[in-house]
Design a binder for this molecule. Structure first.
Ligand SMILES: NC(=O)c1ccc[n+]([C@@H]2O[C@H](COP(=O)([O-])OP(=O)(O)OC[C@H]3O[C@@H](n4cnc5c(N)ncnc54)[C@H](O)[C@@H]3O)[C@@H](O)[C@H]2O)c1
Length: 270
């Protein structure tokens, strides 16, 4: 692969939820690869402070629960930069308060379900809809962030995981409808990724369970996901569309119960 193919020189990218975590790492990497980046976030102060640190970046207010705010975000970025090449839908409804209440379907609060779908699915759809005319004009692309939880059943986060599965299907639908118009649409599915927020909030015992299922020697870092986004957004991925690239250190790629097998084969008690 030519080094130029992974570059994004002259491109304009929106990173939603770009004020922290994986979005911040992605905003920094897309800039390092040559793009001008709009950091769109509900946390306007954090987005503004980060934009001040990143060459050429701007901060744009965004509330994915508010349709007008989403269309205004796209309009503001196109007005500022004159074009749009990449929409990275990274923001999602997250946080310990949300995750703790998002259990199984039998115990699901309708309000939490609705809010999760409002941000993760409806908000993402409206962002794609607003961006598509501009992406058609530039031959641009969309990268949606989903989750490896969208690919497997779990005891927890039924709303979150199923909303991310809906985004996977939206990814394929856009790839199909807009491929002939020169627009690609892909998704990245991270596994547990050690953002500052997660490092602080995730119980160590649960973290160990995930580490035991990881095929690498460590959990993912925000920069690991940023690399995948930058690749999918770049001309190096020009023949890839409608795909989900799983970047979870192998968690979703092995037989169930591998931690127990590992212990058994090494002679340790499971
Ligand atoms: N960190 C992980 O382990 C992990 C694993 C799988 C998938 N993901 C996905 O990666 C993406 C980024 O996650 P993260 O861990 O970096 O999260 P984070 O909480 O660190 O960052 C999310 C950002 O989104 C913003 N945001 C939240 N609600 C918003 C709204 N309504 N409108 C606009 N912005 C809003 C927040 O202000 C925040 O800056 C999410 O889509 C998440 O589902 C993360």
């Amino acid at each position: 692969m030519s080094g130029d193919a992974i570059r994004l020189d002259g491109k304009v990218a929106i990173v939603t939820g770009g004020a922290g975590g994986i979005g911040e790492a992605t905003a920094r990497l897309l800039t390092a690869r040559g793009a001008r980046v709009a950091i769109a976030d509900i946390a306007v102060d954090r987005a503004t402070a980060l934009a001040a640190q990143i060459d050429g970046a701007i901060a744009v207010p965004l509330d994915l629960e508010d349709e007008a705010s989403i269309t205004a975000m796209v309009a503001q970025v196109v007005a500022a930069f004159g074009r749009l090449d990449v929409l990275h839908n990274n923001a999602a409804l997250l946080g310990p308060d949300v995750a703790q209440n998002d259990g199984d379907v039998e115990t699901m609060a309708t309000a939490l379900w609705d809010r999760t779908y409002a941000v993760n699915v409806r908000g993402t759809m409206i962002a794609c809809r607003a961006a598509l005319p501009h992406l058609c004009a530039t031959g641009g692309n969309i990268v949606n962030t989903v989750s490896n939880l969208a690919l497997q059943g779990h005891l927890i986060q039924a709303a979150y995981s199923s909303s991310k599965a809906a985004v996977i299907q939206m990814t394929r639908a856009i790839a199909a409808s807009h491929g002939p118009r020169g627009v690609r649409c892909n998704a990245v599915a991270p596994g547990m990724t050690m953002t500052p927020a997660l490092r602080e909030a995730f119980p160590p015992a649960l973290r160990q369970l995930v580490e035991d299922e990881t095929l690498r020697d460590r959990l993912g870092e925000p920069e690991d996901i940023a690399e995948v986004v930058a690749f999918l957004a770049s001309p190096a991925a020009r023949n890839i569309t409608g795909q989900v690239l799983v970047a979870d250190g192998g968690c979703a790629s092995h037989v169930p119960g591998i931690a127990g097998f590992r212990a058994f084969l090494s002679g340790e008690p499971a």
